[in-house]
Ligand binder design. Structure first.
Ligand SMILES: [Zn+2]
Length: 288
């Protein structure tokens, strides 16, 4: 809060994050410009002035950058993140909808940073999450949703990175598509015995099937996935009180993955930087 106590300090930081690798005109994609004012560059080709927030989610919002930065810091500095209500309270925002919107936009920056595919030995399994019964409290809340979880098995080091895809069913075709989105071809994939994990679904991968008879009684063939799934369920119920709507589940999963894959990153400042980097790449939508 000391470092970003003024709008100017925030803008300077954005200039560094956005243009450190060079200027890129959002209008004509030209790569050189004159520094016109402190945070404005004039494109040498189309002569338009480009402010550091132009075309990004930070542009022309009613909130000062200072509040954005504080919100992003709350998200990365707290181990389990914040709920919309908690965020609104800590920022002194009266309208909870504003806090909710802030979080929604901040999450869009988490997607960009998690596109690399998993590799090495990867455990894959499908699990149900959610399952709150419809009723007064659970209205609009998450029903049972099937997801495919992929976890890198780092042996003695335990978990590597994770990815999660929402899937409509556990058919071979669905599993094939979801695995392709998450795991690098050529990797080893470990699954339990299930008819969906056919040789065609696992084409391009080395498939390790744990056959039931090779397991000790009660032994879990995919323990890493199940531990990640239980952490995910706890996070959805704890931080978000289970109040996640199906349409927003993808965004929550992105936040969970972002957090999980950086759980050992002791440097919160680095996370903050990565998140702002992700956010500034997200093109502002015409609405909202
Ligand atoms: Zn231009």
């Amino acid at each position: 809060m000391d470092q970003f106590s003024t709008e100017e300090a925030c803008r300077k930081y954005l200039v560094k994050v956005r243009w450190d690798g060079g200027f890129l005109c959002p209008h004509c994609a030209h790569t050189s410009g004159w520094t016109h004012a402190r945070e404005i560059i004039r494109c040498k080709k189309c002569h338009r002035d480009v402010s550091v927030t132009a075309g990004t989610v930070f542009h022309n919002r009613h909130l000062p950058l200072r509040i954005w930065f504080q919100a992003i810091w709350s998200v990365v500095s707290q181990k389990n993140g914040v709920s919309a209500l908690g965020l609104s309270k800590s920022l002194g925002i009266k309208n909870q909808k504003t806090g909710w919107n802030l979080l929604r936009i901040i999450r869009t920056g988490m997607v960009r940073t998690g596109r690399e595919l998993l590799n090495g030995l990867v455990e894959v399994d499908e699990v149900f999450i959610g399952g709150v019964k419809p009723g007064k409290r659970g209205r609009g809340a998450l029903g049972k949703v099937l997801v495919l979880v992929a976890v890198e098995d780092k042996g003695e080091k335990g978990f590597g990175r994770i990815r999660i895809e929402i899937i409509p069913d556990a058919s071979a075709a669905t599993l094939k598509g979801a695995i392709k989105k998450m795991v690098e071809p050529g990797s080893k994939i470990r699954t339990e015995q299930w008819k969906g994990y056919t040789s065609s679904a696992l084409e391009g991968y080395e498939h390790i099937v744990l056959e039931k008879q090779s397991l000790a009684p009660g032994e879990d063939p995919t323990p890493l996935v199940h531990r990640v799934a239980s952490l995910l369920k706890r996070w959805l119920l704890g931080t978000h009180q289970g109040g996640v709507r199906p349409t927003h589940l993808r965004a929550y999963l992105d936040e969970f993955i972002f957090r999980f894959n950086r759980r050992n990153s002791g440097k919160r400042g680095k996370l903050f930087h990565r998140l702002i980097q992700g956010m500034i790449q997200v093109k502002k939508q015409s609405k909202g």
